[in-house]
Design a protein around this ligand. Structure first.
Ligand code: BG6
Length: 459
């Protein structure tokens, strides 16, 4: 086999959410989201400033351009462009995204837009309890269609819900605007179903109206191993894959949920608000690509799972240490072969292009004000994962559209904590001290710049 060359139109870039980057939580008419009212604690920050990209996007885009990135995945904050979630749209908020997108295009950086990343407009959470309500589902579709219409001539790549399978786990109650209720399995399945219906409607809207736009479903792919070769471990592992991966990808790519999940719902009399007409809505979608985030793998021990647990909840109980893998401080394993496995599996199952849109390693780092942060562990992580992706492409035959690292200019972790950083650029702030928010390239910045200059052909 000769040395394979990466496709010329391959995307390399960075990926973020709005609440983890923008700041400006009350500027230019932005409404509140559920994140904006989360209090600062001893170990976490508030979400008011993030890394202040709202005012520093030119500088951040310059850094991305210097690294030869040609894609930036950003989110359009629902509460910034529609302060009440379902009322009037806010021109001043939209004007920010006009400027941001134009600034990307000026630098030959292709925008990818994600429409929802956990930050429900507060009004919709308070009034309707978030996405458990069909009113909120409809409001999301209305917001999405407005955004697609506005940017269709400039933005070709679209995602709806970040890490869509989290809406089928207990995290759903934190990320869907759910403010009260008994967190029952029915509530979980109901919210999940509404988000899938919303996605299908946005998918159909895009395909009915724009032939050059592409939309994909996006998962936090549940990459998991059985703890042993014991049949119960292997079976539980397969169920996790069925419920948390295949059930969604089957809907995104083929327009229907997994039979096994449908059977589970029927057997357990789960009330998930499946109405007449929903099947038709689901069947109208056709993903142009399948996107996912990947950081680590988990390991499942069936002995630890209560016999009455729903398979989509297994990972709450059975996650074991994997003695074959090293991990970071937060016990997130480092597993490049797992990454190759996800890409190869997805392409082989669904036959549509695959797009890893989040990958990276969190590490505790500080800057002494003068020397470069030396992050060889991050270089090793990205190098091994990019190589694994190339193996999936050139050995396993998968079609991959691009590779986006997560938070490559430092942002707070999803738990509102600057102690866990993913960047190849250091951002000078801590949880409780905004300092000067200076952007300082780490050693991995120069490594990535060299790799991308050559389109990833030499690692
Ligand atoms: C994903 C989310 O779960 O992983 C991001 O899309 C998050 O919002 C990222 O920041 C990394 O997780 P964490 O908890 O380390 O920030």
């Amino acid at each position: 086999m000769g040395k394979e060359q990466m496709p010329r139109d391959f995307f390399w870039g960075n990926s973020v959410s709005s609440m983890q980057t923008e700041g400006a939580w009350q500027e230019d008419g932005k409404g509140l989201s559920v994140y904006d009212i989360r209090p600062e604690t001893a170990t976490t920050m508030n979400w008011h400033d993030a890394i202040d990209e709202y005012h520093r996007y030119e500088e951040d885009l310059d850094l991305m351009q210097t690294m030869h990135m040609n894609m930036y995945r950003v989110q359009i904050s629902w509460s910034r462009v529609c302060p009440d979630g379902d009322g009037n749209f806010n021109e001043a908020g939209l004007a920010y995204y006009d400027r941001l997108i134009d600034a990307m295009l000026e630098r030959q950086i292709e925008p990818m837009i994600c429409l929802y990343h956990f930050d429900m407009p507060l009004k919709l959470a308070e009034k309707y309890n978030g996405l458990i309500s069909r009113t909120v589902m409809a409001a999301f579709v209305r917001f999405s269609e407005m955004v697609v219409r506005r940017y269709a001539d400039k933005v070709k790549y679209w995602l709806t819900f970040n890490e869509h399978n989290l809406y089928f786990t207990d995290e759903v109650f934190e990320i869907s605007g759910y403010m009260h209720g008994n967190r029952s399995l029915s509530d979980m399945y109901r919210i999940f179903h509404h988000t899938m219906l919303a996605h299908a409607q946005v998918d159909k809207f895009i395909h009915d109206n724009y032939s050059d736009l592409k939309i994909g479903g996006m998962l936090a792919f549940a990459a998991c191993y059985p703890a042993t070769s014991k049949p119960e471990d292997v079976f539980a592992n397969r169920q996790i894959d069925e419920f948390l991966n295949h059930n969604l990808n089957s809907a995104f790519a083929n327009g229907r949920y997994s039979n096994e999940v449908m059977q589970y719902v029927a057997n357990h009399h789960i009330d998930w608000d499946f109405q007449a007409g929903d099947e038709l809505i689901l069947s109208a979608q056709k993903a142009d690509f399948l996107a996912f985030s990947y950081y680590r793998t988990d390991t499942i021990n069936a002995d630890k799972i209560p016999s009455d647990a729903a398979p989509n909840r297994y990972l709450n109980f059975g996650n074991e240490k994997n003695r074959f893998l090293t991990a970071n401080e937060w016990q997130w394993t480092i597993d490049p072969l797992g990454f190759r496995n996800v890409i190869a599996t997805l392409f082989s199952r669904y036959g549509v292009p695959i797009f890893p849109v989040e990958n990276g390693i969190g590490w505790r780092e500080s800057w002494n004000g003068k020397d470069m942060v030396v992050d060889d562990y991050r270089i090793a992580y990205h190098q091994s994962h990019i190589q694994a992706m190339k193996d999936a492409m050139f050995v396993d035959g998968a079609k991959v559209l691009g590779y986006l690292g997560w938070g490559l200019i430092d942002i707070p972790s999803s738990h509102a904590d600057m102690e866990k950083r993913y960047g190849v650029v250091y951002v000078n702030r801590t949880n409780h001290d905004l300092k000067d928010l200076k952007r300082v390239p780490k050693k991995s910045f120069y490594w990535l710049q060299k790799v991308l200059a050559d389109n990833g052909n030499n690692l």
